[in-house]
Design a protein around this ligand. Structure first.
Ligand code: MN
Length: 273
């Protein structure tokens, strides 16, 4: 199943070839503040899903005609792993490694959707880079989650671009500009991803392939990331973990088109403004 938000706070799913609008059937308040509709949907999915597709208020929709929004706009946490592919550490001449240094946080408000532009801040002379990453969405929360149980806590996966201003300021600031975390275009639930530890991830700028790697080369794998994050903090439904970027990061300019594609998960193209 693919789960998405559209037309401003509406909740939809795609099952097989058919998409559905669940907003009325689930009594979703599209105007709610904070906009936690998707977090609530994920948290209550086991209760909500049985029978929902045939509910009288569920509508069939054509997903190609709706305006997709960021699938999760207000998670409890957006966690991210630094150097989690050896080749990226080499290209950055970094002494950091995800297995030694752990994770960091990005501002939740940096999340943006598949139809939103990446808006570059006005920082003359500074390089602003793309990082192509797998986004892992937590389903069932928990603390001290073991490697063995980790996949039971994953709701699904999405494409994620960790944008960053290169430089010496605090990392959380350089990565937290609005629109610096394109995420989407939907969440593909884990049952539709045959092997999350073997996903080809690619990113193009205009038509140039910049990043092309496989999650089998992650230094800290998906169960390892969930184990490490949950040792520190309770994970909640809808929390997002950015898995770290492979080699091939590089600058973007206004007017560029950035395309990210993750096997079995999805693809989306963002305009840089
Ligand atoms: Mn990153």
């Amino acid at each position: 199943m693919k789960v998405f938000q559209f037309n401003g706070g509406r909740i939809g799913v795609t099952v097989g070839a058919q998409s559905y609008d669940l907003t009325e059937a689930l009594h979703v308040d599209t105007q709610a503040w904070p906009p936690v509709q998707m977090v609530q949907f994920i948290a209550n999915i086991d209760h909500n899903m049985p029978g929902i597709l045939t509910h009288a208020l569920t509508k069939k929709i054509d997903v190609t005609t709706v305006h997709l929004n960021v699938p999760i706009s207000w998670p409890n946490k957006l966690l991210a792993f630094p150097v989690n592919y050896l080749a990226h550490g080499v290209e950055m001449k970094s002494i950091n490694r995800a297995d030694l240094n752990g994770f960091f946080l990005k501002a939740n408000s940096s999340l943006s959707g598949p139809n939103d532009a990446i808006v570059l801040p006005d920082l003359p002379g500074r390089e602003i880079h793309h990082e192509c990453e797998l986004g892992i969405v937590i389903g069932k929360g928990g603390r001290h989650i073991s490697r063995e149980d980790a996949y039971k806590h994953v709701f699904g996966y999405a494409c994620l671009i960790d944008m960053v201003v290169r430089g010496k300021e605090e990392r959380v600031m350089r990565k937290s500009y609005d629109t610096f975390c394109p995420f989407g275009p939907w969440i593909t639930t884990s049952d539709e991803v045959p092997d999350p530890g073997n996903l080809q991830t690619r990113l193009w700028v205009n038509d140039e392939l910049r990043q092309d790697a496989n999650t089998k080369d992650l230094i800290v794998d998906i169960p390892g990331m969930i184990e490490q994050c949950s040792k520190v903090a309770t994970l909640y439904p809808g929390d997002i973990i950015a898995a770290g970027t492979p080699a091939g990061v590089g600058p973007v300019q206004r007017g560029d088109r950035v395309r990210i594609e993750i096997q079995h998960v999805g693809e989306m193209t963002l305009i840089v403004k």
